[in-house]
Design a protein around this ligand. Structure first.
Ligand SMILES: [Mg+2]
Length: 408
């Protein structure tokens, strides 16, 4: 090859690499003539396979929940949908616009009237480009991530305190666990903190221990167990719990007490002294990634838990990027949302420091999730474009309550 040809070839190769390694490079491929013609917002009724009881601070969560969904239609006959709490005045600003109008390539995010609730736009763009959302979110310069995203069942609440199970609660826990294991789960988050409101402090603490012991015995040594006190413990009780469960291989402890960097560092030192690998998780009540920055810089918290629907894809990516240089992982909080589970799987497939996706075992007869396959505690994502979910227009009216339907 002559020198001039070589230089031309290497310049072309460098340009190709630059394009490939730039996040959101795909925005250049979006056709400009696709316009948004209609936006519909509705509340979607969701159902659990069981009645979920109390946690340390809140009464029964019951057998139902709801997602607020926004559906965005276009003149190309393609529609996108996802969770969004944006109101009618914000959503009306989408009408007549191209999805491309909402990409800020320099800021590397979707911006605009939907604020943080950008999931419907991501679903739409994925469908237009025929790519799954995770491929659009992924930073091409990041290392490869396993194709199956680790998951956990976050629905093991205070079943023992529900009136129908006061006598047979060990059996009821076993039934719940078996049901979840049969669905493919191999990791559980167990609520603790009964002694904060519902039992006398010591009696509640002993029941917490009894339940965690029962669960470890029932699921065996290979299943992951984490606990969540919803800030229902204090520092002293947390130390005691860590010591009393040292033989149970507790993978993570979440919101044991109101976050406190020096106390967390002391707790971590104690965990290390005991020779344990238990991780500290916190952050579900924070509104912005920056509110957790001091935690990761001090290496006080191992797993950050910004809320999936509140943070949206953009701030979950920002939270993960903030955590990664400090060795921290992220595991979004997702309680009460069906869509939030699938949003986590898409973003989890895109980032290298994702811990696990939380499932609240909800379903909805109008939402198809068929392409997702859960097995051995991990979930394989579909190749389908966008979020890989479907809406069934025939059954939607039975489960949806329309907030507004705006057309142009
Ligand atoms: Mg929690």
């Amino acid at each position: 090859m002559r020198r001039r040809d070589f230089l031309a070839a290497s310049a072309a190769a460098t340009a190709a690499v630059n394009t490939m390694t730039e996040r959101f490079a795909w925005a250049a491929d979006l056709p400009r003539d696709i316009k948004i013609t209609r936006v519909t917002s509705f509340e979607l009724k969701l159902t659990r396979p069981k009645h979920v009881g109390k946690n340390s601070y809140r009464h029964d969560h019951g057998p139902e929940s709801a997602d607020r969904v926004l559906r965005v239609h276009t003149n190309a006959g393609i529609d996108g949908f996802g969770t969004s709490w944006s109101g009618a005045n914000e959503c009306a600003q989408l009408l007549g616009k191209s999805p491309l109008d909402f990409f800020d390539r320099d800021a590397r995010k979707v911006t605009g009237p939907l604020a943080r609730y950008t999931a419907p736009v991501w679903d739409l763009v994925g469908k237009i480009l025929e790519k799954p959302v995770w491929q659009l979110l992924r930073n091409p310069s990041d290392p490869d991530v396993d194709a199956e995203v680790p998951v956990y069942d976050g629905s093991i609440y205070f079943t023992d305190l529900r009136p129908p199970h006061l006598q047979n609660w060990p059996d009821e826990f076993k039934r719940e666990l078996d049901m979840s294991l049969a669905r493919g789960h191999r990791a559980f988050k167990v609520k603790i903190g009964r002694g904060r409101l519902w039992m006398l402090a010591e009696e509640g603490y002993q029941r917490d221990l009894e339940v965690v012991r029962l669960i470890r015995k029932h699921v065996g040594p290979d299943v992951l167990i984490g606990v969540d006190a919803n800030d229902g413990y204090d520092f002293a009780r947390t130390r005691r719990f860590v010591q009393d469960t040292a033989d149970l291989n507790i993978a993570f402890i979440e919101e044991m007490f109101t976050e406190d960097v020096p106390k967390y560092l002391e707790l971590k030192a104690f965990i290390r002294e005991l020779g344990l690998n238990t991780l500290i998780a916190d952050g579900e009540n924070k509104r912005l990634p920056a509110e957790m920055q001091s935690w990761v810089e001090a290496r006080a918290v191992d797993i950050l838990q910004g809320d999936m629907n509140l943070f949206g894809f953009e701030d979950i990516l920002a939270e993960a990027a903030m955590a990664r240089p400090h060795g921290a992982m992220i595991a979004p909080h997702n309680w009460g949302s069906l869509f939030g589970f699938y949003l986590q799987l898409q973003v989890g497939r895109a980032i290298p420091n994702f811990y696990r996706a939380e499932e609240d075992p909800l379903s909805c007869k109008a939402v198809g999730t068929d392409g997702y396959r859960m097995r051995d505690g991990r979930c394989r994502l579909p190749d389908a474009p966008g979020l890989g979910l479907t809406l069934n227009d025939a059954t939607l009216p039975e489960v949806a309550c329309v907030h507004f339907d705006l057309k142009r």
